[in-house]
Design a protein around this ligand. Structure first.
Ligand SMILES: Cc1cc2nc3c(=O)[nH]c(=O)nc-3n(C[C@H](O)[C@H](O)[C@H](O)COP(=O)(O)OP(=O)(O)OC[C@H]3O[C@@H](n4cnc5c(N)ncnc54)[C@H](O)[C@@H]3O)c2cc1C
Length: 321
């Protein structure tokens, strides 16, 4: 919605995009495949990509024909992202990539990943010598294997790169400054309404089954959750305002994401204690939504940065460490 028209965008404001995102999330619309490209990969290409990269990829994303996944985490490399071991070695005409990326959401559906790799193994500082690449996942030397979550679903993947060749034109931005680029990509990953609306469907279900005359205990709990939701929404919208003003909302986004994850994880706990599956009000729709949300909830405080890491960033941003 917000991208320039010459790349297939609609040149709408960040706030208009926010309104639409909120509605599709609240309705539980099936938008996952497009989400990452729209939220972070496309804007990262707009910020750091060459004109050729933008013209080749962005119009296809805007038409809904091209999806992205995030190539950051690795085995033993999650919170400590600067420990990335995937290597991209310079060879004639490009780079050879070797390594493994893990927890790659929708990697099996995606056409490209934005991959963080080490281009200079001799760099003395661990945040130096990293670079980002726009990698076409259909190329040789790339294998995508599924990882099934406890609910049995397949969102996650492990992607192995075995001397996979990418041309010079796959480099995104500047070689060696991948750390700074990936931090600005993460700010985009943490800034949207999806960071506090994951359990919204369950909240709406809880309100429905509690009915027009809920018990005092239910009314108190629902009122408290509703007031938190209103405040989170205001905070989240103000992050969009910062984005719209062309500023970097990295700290504000982390605060909303951390508070949003607490809220999203509270809802299944509160719902279960008020209307458990053996409660007379628990019909099959409510029970299914409750069961699904309980299975997803542990991931809310991990994805996009684990809770303790986000709180460290907040403390640093407030000058406390
Ligand atoms: C739903 C979901 C989708 C994801 N999608 C993607 C994706 O598409 N692409 C991708 O690259 N990654 C993805 N991830 C991975 C995600 O980025 C990592 O799970 C996250 O960064 C945490 O890393 P980890 O899993 O290795 O846990 P660890 O880093 O091992 O952390 C485990 C625990 O230790 C704590 N901990 C770690 N370090 C510290 C510290 N310094 N101080 C205090 N506590 C600490 C953490 O807070 C956490 O509680 C996804 C994860 C989830 C859950």
């Amino acid at each position: 919605m917000t991208w320039p028209r010459r790349y297939g965008g609609a040149e709408r404001s960040a706030l208009e995009r926010y309104v639409v995102m909120e509605e599709v999330l609240a309705a539980g619309a099936p938008v996952a495949a497009h989400w990452i490209a729209d939220r972070q990969s496309g804007p990262t290409l707009l910020r750091y990509g060459t004109e050729a990269q933008r013209l080749e990829i962005l119009p296809r994303v805007a038409r809904g024909e091209c999806y992205f996944c995030i190539g950051m985490s690795e085995p033993d490399v999650g919170s400590d992202l600067a420990a990335v071991k995937t290597r991209a070695e310079r060879v004639a005409g490009g780079y050879r990539i070797s390594g493994t990326k893990l927890w790659t959401t929708n990697g099996h559906l995606a056409h490209y990943t934005i991959l963080l790799a080490r281009t200079d193994a001799s760099a003395s500082e661990r945040h130096a010598g990293l670079s980002q690449f726009v990698v076409d996942l259909s190329g040789p030397g790339i294998e995508i294997r599924p990882i099934h979550v406890p609910s049995g679903e397949h969102h996650f993947n492990e992607i192995t790169f075995t001397e996979a060749f990418v041309p010079d034109t796959a480099l995104l931005g500047t070689e060696g400054v991948g750390w700074q680029q990936v931090m600005s990509e993460l700010a985009l990953e943490r800034s949207g309404p999806e960071r506090f609306l994951s359990s919204f469907t369950l909240f709406a279900e809880l309100v429905r089954v509690c009915g027009a005359a809920p018990s005092d205990r239910a009314a108190l709990a629902i009122g408290r959750l509703a007031s938190h939701l209103v405040i989170l929404r205001r905070m989240s919208r103000s992050v969009t305002g910062v984005l719209q003003a062309g500023q970097d909302p990295a700290l504000q986004a982390v605060i909303v994401k951390d508070a949003g994850a607490v809220f999203e994880q509270e809802i299944p706990e509160i719902a279960r204690s008020l209307v458990g599956t053996d409660h007379s009000a628990a019909d099959s729709t409510y029970t299914a939504v409750l069961a699904y949300t309980i299975l997803q909830a542990p991931s809310f405080s991990l994805r996009g940065g684990a809770r303790e890491i986000l709180r460290g960033i907040i403390a640093r941003g407030l000058g406390l460490r």
